[in-house]
Ligand binder design. Structure first.
Ligand code: TMP
Length: 242
């Protein structure tokens, strides 16, 4: 889609999250995602700023979405508009975060009482109810249907799609020297069907360097590991050059 043809301009904000602001545009079926430098962790209890994070995440997400679109995945991505702005199709976000895991880390290591770093024999797909006040509790298919969060068919589609996306993502990141440990996806309903939405960036993924096992994601902020801007820039450099 061509920016000139859409004659869009940014109108008022309709949603402000922890890392992004969503703006209406003059086209009712398109929105703008604005990427902020604000960082948060532990359900908003820890807050900070990472210089240039917004620009890096927009570049990384735009690049990955556009590669995925070329490979036949359906996403909300239309185009990168500016350093911090991404034009996206309007979707109704399904209020369930889909976490896909390839290696044990984070909350799974705690829940199962194992050390981070153990490879999983199959990718593990988990669902979390998107509700900050409740701390995004883990739910399953029964909760999703009983609480009308998604239909049986939608859950089938999302789970199959998440596993296809995982295969693609593991391969892509492997090519750029990264182990894709785990990550969070969001999907939304649109007139074009269910689309992969939100962002794919170091904010919502765990990336470890293949050679050194260095942490290259938001865990550096969560665990006060330093080199924050440098890490986001390193991931941008690798993804864009991949
Ligand atoms: P976890 O180990 O804390 O459950 O997180 C698993 C992965 O999903 C990790 O890469 C971070 C990402 N994630 C988010 O980005 N947002 C969330 O709200 C949750 C629960 C996970």
């Amino acid at each position: 889609m061509n920016k000139q043809n859409t004659k869009l301009s940014r109108e008022n904000a309709i949603h402000e999250g922890k890392a992004k602001i969503i703006y209406k545009t003059t086209n009712p079926s398109l929105l703008i995602q604005y990427f902020k430098d604000d960082a948060s962790a532990f359900n908003g209890k820890k807050k900070g700023q990472i210089e240039k994070k917004g620009e890096c995440n927009n570049d990384i997400s735009s690049n990955i979405f556009s590669r995925m679109e070329s490979d036949g995945f359906k996403t909300h991505f239309v185009e990168k508009l500016s350093a911090r702005e991404m034009l996206v199709k309007k979707v109704e976000i399904i209020p369930v975060e889909i976490v896909v895991r390839n290696i044990v880390a984070g909350s799974l290591a705690k829940r199962m009482g194992v050390e981070p770093g153990m490879p999983l024999s199959i990718p593990v797909v988990e669902h979390y109810y998107k509700d900050d006040d409740l701390g995004d509790p883990m739910i399953n298919r029964f909760h999703m249907i009983a609480f009308n969060l998604a239909t049986d068919d939608e859950i089938d589609y999302i789970e199959v799609e998440a596993l296809k996306i995982n295969e693609w993502m593991v391969n892509f990141f492997d090519r750029i020297g990264i182990i894709l440990v785990d990550y969070k996806l969001e999907f939304g309903r649109s007139p074009d069907g269910i689309l992969l939405a939100d962002e794919i960036s170091p904010d919502g993924c765990r990336f470890w360097d293949k050679a050194t096992k260095e942490v290259l994601d938001k865990d550096r902020f969560r665990r006060d590991m330093g080199k924050l801007t440098q890490t986001y820039e390193e991931m941008r450099h690798r993804v864009l050059g991949g």
